[in-house]
Design a binder for this molecule. Sequence first.
Ligand code: XMP
Length: 509
Amino acid sequence: MQKNILILDFGSQYTQLIARRVRELNIYCEIKPFNKIPEDLSVFKAVILSGSPFSVRNAEAPIPDLSRIKGKMPLLGVCYGAQHLVQAKGGKVEASNTREFGRAHLQDINHENPLFDGIHTGSQVWMSHSDSIKSLPENAHRIASTEDVEMAAFQFDNEDTYGIQFHPEVYHTTDGLKLLENFLVKIAHVPQDWTPAKFVDLTVDELKKTIGNEKVVLGLSGGVDSTVAAVLLHKAIGKNLYCIFVNNGLLRKYEFEDVLDQYKGMGLNVKGVDASKRFYAALKDVKDPELKRKRIGNAFIEVFDDEAHQIEDVTYLAQGTIYPDVIESVSVNGPSVTIKSHHNVGGLPEYMKLKVVEPLRMLFKDEVRRVGKELGISPLLLGRHPFPGPGLAIRILEDVTPEKVDILQQVDHIFIQALREWDLYDKVWQAGAMLLPVHSVGVMGDERTYEKVVALRAVESTDGMTADWVDLPYKFLQKVSNKIINQVKGVNRVVYDISSKPPSTIEWE
Ligand code: XMP
């Protein structure tokens, strides 16, 4: 695999964003914790030091060993990274007493310096630090300031080592991408050749080499990641890829049949397994959300294992793991607190004693989509909203029965179809319906009714970590609500969820 840029992570919330921006420039990069610098640095052409929640003045501050890097290859310190470079070489970093959060504007730019090529005085940058550089090391010089921060950017004399106290990776820094491009292309001379087509070529070659003639089993979910992983593997090893698509009885209406047909149309060797009954049995009388996830996870492992064992001599398990999952598990801060145990099939590889292959483990979600497009996967499939592994079970806020699933499938179907008809589907990141454990009184004709309440939820987001509710047109909500109440037996009230994440979450369970 080609490796170009190394990003050393000091735990900043923006580290992944630096990687995203570098990749937007069609340059490949990898994030490593600051204390796990790879032995072999010959594959890296430049290094970026991230920001950090720590202060360099703190006794516990993360200190990297840059002896093999600084002065030997182009190096850019961002915020904490810049302050560390200064402090380590005898400059001064102090708690700041001026405003260094939010918007600022560049001034006194050294226009000779390639880092600021094409970036003009007044250009907006985003600051987020409570420390500030007061004096530079003897062998460094300032290359830009802002109204409040004198040492906004600096360079070490006669080496390609730079520091900037603002964040080029955030979108509020107007010329941030330009600055990164200047550093990577003008200073470090890195080629901008990281494209989906190149990824496909390299990965297919690599998969052929590693897997050879062995057999691989993969669980398809109907989602983007597993589909793209399957098509890539199929391109590499053809009929030796065995896909299994399990119906857990908790999918959307018509989903199992539709998606199975699409997979077959794509030439994949896929077996559909209807295990609904087994999942309903595992969920009988279970109300607790985490227990639902566990029961579903275990049932999935059992079904998948049974099926995989019917394939003779299978040795590999393929998974659609993507980069954010990988970084999360090696981050400096350790994996974040478990709010919901999302990775419900995490136990699969150990249980099945198979070797694991994860062709997408270095890609961000939007890159997976671009690769999918490159592979000719239909935009309809690539543009699908995310759907949780435990499916409708965590949208039924009480115990799960086939009857409740049926009601929720009908409601969800009306909602999703309407989003498509009104051309709203692609403007929404994720949408779905929840069946509430509440009965409400209504009146239909002359009859009093006492039936279920459903909540509709539609959010915009980029990664599901934060989200906001979508301001859907009233007319749309009115039509959908009417249709649901008129057509779905057992529902007499519809509400719309207007909570953001945080403090709420996207799913109700
Ligand atoms: P929350 O509810 O945590 O959801 O705001 C964030 C994103 O994750 C999805 N989600 C899950 N996905 N297994 C999954 O595969 C789960 O148990 C699970 N719970 C939530 C959710 O649909 C949203 O996209």
